[in-house]
Structure formats: structure tokens, C-alpha cells
Design a protein around this ligand. Structure first.
Ligand SMILES: [Mg+2]
Length: 232
């Protein structure tokens, strides 16, 4: 079936780049830099829950991006027993440390390049615009994407079907000719499938069976399989 694919869209965070690892390391360093925050364990899990809740509210249009930026650190500080009024300072420290830890996931750079030799590539990413743009600037290989659709730039977010329809329009192809690769079933895979696009779910944990055209523990593992099958 892969020979019918004519364009490949990749999610960025936790599909190509190790967003979660960078986030975890950055938060640990922020907690260490602020002794009043370092006392409590579970700071990372707490942040993840707050951040997810706020991103969900942002996705539903209930809060704006500035509220999201402020609240994710103000709430975290409050719950850790710090001073919520220092959110901007803590955010700046976090963003600085987060960017310092950006890395490709293991083998993902090579996988991205080998996909690029076979198919035209695109990026399809949610996330704060200035951060996603900085990632594209940091990793020059990402610039080989012919189409980069960044949610805040186009005013649409995954899993909204409209952003996938835009992706098809920009590729100039029919849904079944376009493969979407991502690590979030809900955000990347389910909406792409609903439109008839092909899907590869990057799912590093236990094997689970949710419908997708392929499931692989990493992008690298999947491209290795394609190479053995002489697709790449
Ligand atoms: Mg992702």
C-alpha cells in the first residue's frame, strides 16, 4: 500500500523531536534553580496535568494563548507552594532550559532524511508558534519540508478536521495518497483516518490495537522495516 503514498506529513513533538524528554529535563532544572520548588516530588507530573488541562481549554477556545502561557506556570507554582506572581520569570527559565534540551528522537533524523528521499514531506504541528518556529530554525533538516503547517499560523489546531483538509489542499492530493505520522492517536491519527488519509501511529509503549495503517515504536523502527521491504 505504501506505493500509493505521494506525500508524507509528520507531527513534530514526540514524533521527530524529543519534546517530552526536553520538557522533563527543563522542569527538573527549574525546580532545582528555585529551592522553594525543589522540596516537592512529582513536580513534572503535576506540570503535565496542568499543561494538558490548559491546552485542552485552549483547544476548545475557552482561554487564549496568553492565559495559557501564564496559568501553566502560575498554577504550577501555586500548587508547589511557590509564588504564582513569579510565573513570567519561571516561564523564561523553563523556555531557556527547554530549548537547551531539544534533540531528535533516536534515529529520527536519519528516518526523516530517508523518508525525504522517497516522498515529499510536510510538517503538521500544534504548539506555540514562536517555539515551533525556533525548532524549525534549529534543525535545518526540518526545512526540507515542502509544507509546514503550524497551528497558530493557520488559526487551526489538530484534531480539527479543517487543519487536515488544509494539509491535503496544500499537498494538492487526495486523502488516500497522503500519509500522516504522529504519536497522538486522538490528535494525529483519528482525525486523519476520518478523512481517509493513511496513518502511521508512533507508539513507543505496549502494543495496543487501535486502527491505523501501521503502528511502530518509533519513526526509525518503521523506516528500518520499509528498508527491509525495499520500499525505501
Ligand atoms: Mg506529538
Amino acid at each position: 500500500m505504501w506505493d500509493r503514498i505521494r506525500f508524507v506529513y509528520c507531527d513534530l513533538d514526540d514524533t521527530l523531536l524529543d519534546h517530552s524528554g526536553a520538557e522533563r529535563r527543563a522542569l527538573r532544572e527549574v525546580q532545582q534553580a528555585y529551592p522553594e520548588l525543589a522540596r516537592l516530588r512529582g513536580g513534572y507530573r503535576l506540570y503535565r496535568r496542568i499543561n494538558q488541562m490548559l491546552w485542552d481549554a485552549y483547544g476548545r477556545g475557552e482561554i487564549g494563548r496568553e492565559a495559557l502561557r501564564k496559568l501553566r506556570f502560575a498554577l504550577w507554582l501555586r500548587l508547589l507552594g511557590g509564588d504564582p506572581g513569579r510565573w513570567a520569570e519561571v516561564e523564561a527559565a523553563y523556555l531557556n532550559r527547554y530549548a537547551a534540551h531539544w534533540r531528535w528522537l533516536p534515529g529520527a533524523r536519519r528516518a526523516w532524511l530517508s523518508l525525504g528521499r522517497r516522498w515529499p514531506l510536510g510538517l503538521l504541528s500544534n504548539g506555540l508558534l514562536e517555539i515551533q518556529r525556533a525548532k524549525l530554525a534549529r534543525f535545518p533538516e526540518l526545512q526540507q519540508a515542502r509544507v509546514a503547517i503550524l497551528a497558530e499560523e493557520v488559526g487551526l489546531r489538530k484534531p480539527d478536521p479543517a487543519i487536515f483538509e488544509l494539509a491535503l489542499e496544500r499537498a494538492g492530493l487526495r486523502a488516500e495518497e497522503v500519509l500522516v505520522i504522529g504519536d497522538s492517536y486522538e490528535t494525529d491519527i483519528a482525525p486523519a483516518r476520518a478523512l481517509g488519509m493513511r496513518t502511521l501511529w508512533i507508539h513507543p509503549d505496549h502494543p495496543v490495537s487501535l486502527p491505523a495503517d501501521a503502528i511502530a515504536p518509533s519513526l526509525f523502527a518503521w523506516t528500518r522495516t520499509l528498508q527491509k521491504e525495499h520500499v525505501l
